[in-house]
Every structure is written in C-alpha cells, then in structure tokens.
Design a protein. Structure first.
Length: 289
C-alpha cells in the first residue's frame, strides 16, 4: 500500500501576536506516513497540535520547518497547490462555515464549479456525492433547515464532489449531538471501506477511533503514541498521564481489573466488552460452585 500523506521532521510555529509575545511552537519534529486507503484517527487534548497537523495536510498551513508531502507532492511548491487540494479535501468543525449556498445541491456543486468542471460532469458528481452520504432526498432543501449531522454530511458531499483521494476531518463531529456524530462516523467509515478513500479523523471522542486502522496520539506538538486502536487504548495509565481518557468500554474493563477481575483491555467494542465481562463473571460463578 503506497503512502498518501508523509511528514518529515515537520515543525510549525504560530507567529507572535496580541495574545502571545513570542511565536508558539505547535508542531515539533513530527515524522509520520499515512497509507493510501487507510483510516487514521489523530487524538490529543486542546493545544496538542492535532488540528495544526491536520491543516498542513492540504496546505492550509505551510511548514515552518521540515516537509509535508501529499501523494509525493511537496506542499510548499505553489505550482502544486491546486492539485494538492484536489487530492485532499478538508471538513472542519462547524458545517455552517462551509455551506455557501441556499440550496443543498448548489452548495455541493460550488467546489467543482470553481475547479472548472464541465456542467454535465458537475451534475453527475453532485448526484453521486449526495447519494454517497445518504442525502439525495434533500437536494432541493435549504441547508439552514437541516440538523447538525445532516449539515456535516452535506459538507462532506461538497468535498466528495471534488473527487479527492483523501478526506481530513478536523474535529468535524465536535459540535454534533450523539445522533449527528453517529451519522457522520458511519458515513466516513463507509467512504473508507467502500470507496477506498483515505480518511484522517481528528477528534477528541475516543469511541470514534473504534474501527480505525491506526490511532496517533499527539502531545505537546509531538507524536506521543502510534499504533492500532487496541494497542493504544490498552495503555490506560499513559493516556491518562497526558490528559486523555479512553473509550467507555476500556474504562469499565480497567476499573474491573482494578477490582480483581481478569479482563483484557483490548476488548474495545461494546459487544467485545460485554462478552469479556460475561465470560469473566461466568467463570467466577462456576469457581464459586
């Protein structure tokens, strides 16, 4: 599997301003590679550098030092900027900030129109994108009348209409209720699984990493942890030491282990957690007999 995104000793500093007299180092020597077609979740507390890292992936921010490559293209090369942003689409926290039209289908058509895509092709792309996110019935609706989760799916459709190879979602579920978050996560999991789109999800909701291929944990501008979700979330003490929680399932297993139950911290899904607890207590009951 080839590499979609790659950083080499990446640093980024926010310039001095009214609030900070000195430049603020947000990324400090980040080196990583994200494979094409993978689903990667990047976690971290506020100020860890995770959102700054996301913005370097399609040249919203350019490195202060080091390099970022998108499908082998250097983001500092101005001649490649349009192509880089065609390859990597960004979905941000507030969908209202990304919606620019008064009709859903017109909003989804906005980006390909600006890329000079022919009218017939735009129609196909809009229809395909809305169908992919399950919003085709809302094509003629006004976006401001939709729920938060529906708006975010429209924002994703607008990115899909550009036919990107990678989608980066920067805290895209942060402002949504549980139903809206579930809608968006289901949509991006399906895009990754069925369309082969590389997905990078920046989030602080631990449960959203459940089905990811990989979890990267950021802390103080550096990669603090990197591995499969089961490997990362099993390190409960380390995560808590850098100010993070673990999925509810792992927290429950961790507390029960502390009470003397022999349970695996790798049972991260609800079904796995329930099965592990049932087996543990079933075994305990038989031993008591």
């Amino acid at each position: 599997m080839s590499t979609m995104l790659r950083t080499e000793n990446l640093t980024y500093s926010y310039p001095a301003g009214e609030e900070n007299e000195q430049p603020t180092l947000a990324l400090d020597g980040v080196t990583l590679a994200i494979k094409r077609g993978s689903f990667t979740v990047i976690l971290g507390h506020n100020g860890s550098g995770k959102s700054t890292l996301a913005k370097t992936f399609n040249a919203v921010l350019l490195p202060s030092g080091g390099r970022v490559y998108v499908d082998g293209m250097d983001t500092t090369d101005e001649k490649l900027l349009l192509e880089i942003r065609r390859r990597v689409g960004m979905v941000f926290q507030n969908p209202d900030n990304q919606i620019v039209a008064n009709v859903v289908e017109e909003d989804v058509a906005f980006a390909p129109e600006n890329l000079g895509v022919p009218t017939d092709e735009i129609r196909r792309r809009v229809d395909d994108a809305l169908r992919t996110v399950g919003m085709e019935k809302f094509a003629k609706h006004a976006p401001h009348l939709l729920s938060g989760g529906q708006k975010q799916r429209i924002a994703i459709a607008g990115v899909l209409a550009m036919r990107p190879q990678c989608i980066v979602l920067d805290e895209a579920t942060a402002m949504l209720d549980p139903i809206g978050r579930s809608e968006v996560i289901s949509t991006i999991e399906r895009l990754n699984r069925d369309e082969g789109i590389t997905v990078v999800l920046i989030t602080h909701h631990m449960n959203e990493a459940e089905h990811a291929d990989r979890v990267i944990v950021m802390n103080e501008g550096r990669v603090a942890m990197d591995g499969a979700p089961r490997e990362v979330f099993a390190q409960v003490e380390k995560l808590k030491s850098i100010g993070l929680t673990v999925p509810d399932t792992v927290e429950l297993l961790y507390e029960l282990r502390g009470a003397g139950c022999d349970l695996p911290l790798t049972a991260i899904t609800v079904d796995e957690c329930a099965d592990a607890i049932a087996k543990c207590f079933g075994k305990s009951a038989k031993e008591d007999d």
